[in-house]
Design a protein around this ligand. Structure first.
Ligand code: 5AD
Ligand code: SF4
Length: 471
């Protein structure tokens, strides 16, 4: 039993990151004919962690199922950022408990991910959810096989470490797609924005070695992958924690040199976004002209309280520089409304940036208090109702600009990587343009996984309609 602890999670020492090369092989018959059900909440990082979790489970014989009632093991990979994360988890746990009591007494229930790294969550699970079998954190995913093999019947085990973290290599992934792939380039975050729980749940910023990243990308190219997305909480800071390592701009160039057809990256912080990076993006056709650049707030007063390290003016200058240099760049953002004591003037400053930048789209959030972060101690006189009204107003404006930006595509021909069949209309396929616009169009399923030309015939706020271009 190891419980997380916020004081340890916040600690940053000069301890060097350990690079651990995994090489253990497990007996596939250990859990043969057993099925696992995996549910993922949250960001791309979590989605990719789930691909790793799947590979660990399959290495000891588990097979994947989408039928919860048929599962022998349920794993919930949680997110700690979203306001309703706790409600969602506990709601779903209720269903699992019911299944364990009425259908399958041997069901193993397991919680992992960012919420598992929270002290209060683990305490609550111990006290109120004794039927949960195993809780593990973001730092010990690689131990999953051992945790399950050594599991004692009916005994709850919580194994969550609050530490700076290591880097694991030779990690296997059960990738969801065979044409687009996530590639971690960096873990954790040292920015400590005052509202954000990530530096506590994911540990210190630690970069993978560029040689290991390039080896992974080259293997993906060899396996026919068309697109890689380089993942990190703050990719621009790549390499800064490693002596003698290349910068993010240099890494991007090296990844582009592998000739993979599409290179993407998330997330960039406006603070470390260098001119060199902009040049590399502008000069390489296979680096997509799509950039996610979180703004968070347009008010200098709030940005300072958030610890964001840039001003409204600096953000807009960077935005304009990218737009000037990278042809037809699409820029999206994240915005938080209702940070403690955000005034109407502060909010209007945010709207001012939105009206200046006219983002292609934005993820918008109402500030939610994360226990243990500095902002959680700030007093806040703004009512939730007021915050909801601001969010509503912001979303209306954002959606208008999304539509306006999308309309510029009508009549143009775009390269689309076809991802699959549209869920709501099975006669349609969907895919993404280089600028990350969702396009729906009619076409043959054989096109899935290919990059094709699609003529855009109509635009909505959240998607484009297209027509297959005859070659
Ligand atoms: N409250 C609201 N939104 C948050 N985000 C991160 N922490 C919080 C919080 N406490 C948002 C930020 C970040 C995105 C991933 O989630 O906008 O960029
Ligand atoms: Fe959180 Fe800020 Fe780090 Fe992003 S840069 S993960 S918002 S602390």
């Amino acid at each position: 039993m190891n419980l997380p602890n916020i004081l340890d999670a916040r600690k940053r020492t000069d301890k060097k990151t350990e690079y651990i090369y995994l090489n253990e092989e497990y007996d596939k018959s250990t859990f043969s004919s057993k099925k696992y059900y995996l549910r993922t909440y949250g960001c791309q990082m979590n989605v990719h962690d789930s691909e790793e979790i799947s590979a660990h489970l399959e290495s000891i014989g588990f097979e994947k199922t989408d039928d919860l009632e048929n599962a022998d093991l349920v794993i919930l990979n949680t997110c700690a950022i979203r306001e309703n994360a706790h409600d969602k988890l506990y709601g779903f746990l209720g269903r699992c408990k019911h299944i364990k009591e009425s259908i399958n007494n041997n069901l193993i229930i397991c919680i992992c991910g960012c919420m598992a790294q929270e002290e209060n969550v683990c305490k609550f699970i111990m006290e109120k959810h004794p039927y949960v079998d195993l809780v593990f954190g973001t730092h010990n995913i690689a131990d999953l096989e051992k945790l399950l093999i050594n599991k004692k019947d009916n005994k709850q085990n919580i194994e969550v470490y609050s530490c700076e973290g290591n880097v694991y290599e030779n990690v296997k992934y059960h990738r969801d797609s065979n044409f687009k792939a996530w590639v971690n380039i960096q873990y954790g975050c040292d920015k400590f924005c005052t509202y954000c729980i990530v530096p506590y749940t994911r540990g210190k910023q630690r970069s993978r070695k560029s040689e290991d990243i390039l080896k992974e990308v080259k293997e993906l190219v060899k396996d026919g992958y068309k697109e890689v997305t380089l993942l990190g909480q703050n990719v621009n800071a790549y390499g800064k924690d490693l002596e003698g390592e290349v910068s993010f701009a240099e890494l991007l160039q090296k990844v582009a040199d592998t000739k993979i057809e599409r290179v993407r990256f998330v997330t960039s912080h406006p603070w470390d976004f260098t001119d060199e990076m902009i040049d590399v993006i502008a000069n390489n056709e296979n680096i997509m002209n799509y950039i996610h650049l979180p703004l968070q707030s347009g008010s200098d007063r709030i940005l300072k309280l958030m610890g964001r390290r840039y001003t409204k003016k600096e953000y807009i200058a960077l935005f304009n520089k990218i737009k000037d240099k990278v042809e037809n760049a699409a820029i999206t953002t994240d915005i938080i409304v209702g940070f403690p004591n955000e005034s109407e003037e502060d909010f209007n400053e945010t709207l001012d940036v939105v009206n200046t930048c006219k983002f292609d789209s934005a993820f918008t959030f109402i500030y939610s208090k994360r226990e243990g972060t500095p902002a959680a101690k700030m007093d806040d006189k703004v009512s939730l109702e007021e915050k909801e009204q601001r969010l509503y107003k912001l979303n209306e404006i954002i959606n208008d600009y999304s539509l306006m930006n999308n309309q510029k595509y009508v009549g143009k021909t775009e390269k689309v990587l076809v991802e699959g069949v549209n869920d709501k209309d099975q006669t349609k396929l969907f895919g993404y343009t280089e600028t990350m616009k969702l396009v729906n169009f009619t076409g043959d399923k054989d096109l899935i996984g290919k990059i094709i030309n699609v003529e855009i015939i109509d635009a909505k706020s959240f998607s484009l309609d297209g027509k297959l271009k005859e070659e």
